[in-house]
Design a protein around this ligand. Sequence first.
Ligand SMILES: [Zn+2]
Ligand SMILES: [Zn+2]
Length: 427
Amino acid sequence: TAKAEAMEYGSVSRGTRAMFFMLTPNESSFQKVEEVPQYVQQATPFFVGLMVLELVLGLVKTGAPVITIGDGITSLSAGMVSRLPLLLMRGCELSAYIYVWDHYRLVELPWDSAWTWWFTFLGVDFCYYWVHRFAHEVAVLWAAHQVHHSSEYYNLTTALRQSVSQQFTSWIFYLPMALAVPPSIFAVHIQLNLLYQFWIHTELIRDLGPLEWIFNTPKHHRVHHGRNLYCIDKNYGGILIIWDRLFGTFALETEKVVYGLVFPIKRFEILYVQLHYYLYLWEKSQAYKTISNKLLTFLNGPSWKPGKRRLGDHVDNPKVTGKEVPHDPSWSLALQVYVVMHFLLVLRTYHDLFENKMMLSQLTILGMTGYVLLTLTSLGFLIDQRPTSAVLELFRCAVMATLQRYNCVKPLVPSLAVPTEVSTTVA
Ligand SMILES: [Zn+2]
Ligand SMILES: [Zn+2]
């Protein structure tokens, strides 16, 4: 058991260090892609642990919860939705990368060299800078990435508010690396780069001294999430901030940052959060007469208008006063408890789905994916307090009870299964 304990301690230590890019090349270099750990999936307990820690420290420091239920659940839901495609396919980034490596590689950097590891670290972070900059400067890519910026709060849950559609374009930017870097090393760094960006989404860490020169920190990334004029299109870096300093997109945090989109969406409904901007762009393009203006609506910056420069004039945006209050409609305690309970239930189903995906048929996976989407949509309707939410939730509970009867989902606590079923039967 001493050996088991040591191994347990080793994996907890590795897991913690993976969140802060503190793994050595030695313990995170692999020969084959299949050997690469699922760092992001294994990080779930660390996400939860750090979010609870932030909530407690935030309460102590500010006397109020730094996370609200409506916004927090919407962020976590977006994170869940963004990973659903992985149930049906290998990530786009890795699939395309392996294809280019197999067919077009020019050299093979040795997988077991620390030089390769560090070169890949720099290369992935450099490519991420451009993925991210294009995601802000090209409207159709922004339609995907705006999800991450749609919270008016800034806490660790915001980090998980991810786009479902961004992964279908971001892979292109990493392909040059496939000419030389083995997929197994790329597969490590694409995950560690993403994980590093979790802890920087907090207001509790104010300044990190000399680290601020080189690294992307909470202070720098707060500016990236701001809608103040001085924050727009700044600080794109992933792990390093040097790229912004080099390419002229760096801004230091000065006046109070007001978070979120220039035009806040004020909605919690999950598919709306993910997709509304595509609809907006389509409508915007329809208003223009010429083909070129229609096309430029999608290809230029989100603030572009005919006759303006490529990125538009941000001076035209609504003025930020610093007195803005995030959208947080009041709702009854009973409804809050209900939504949190059912969110935990679907989180359990979601987790089981990823754990067991190898043993499930494609059809079952598709059906369960639909159920997860339906549930998150319905909970979003409830948080938004839409008039139709009661009908949708009643329908969803009927689906849930059916799935429980056929053992497709497990109840959070076994005894809860009975009251849920009874209440739907009575209703
Ligand atoms: Zn961004
Ligand atoms: Zn962010």
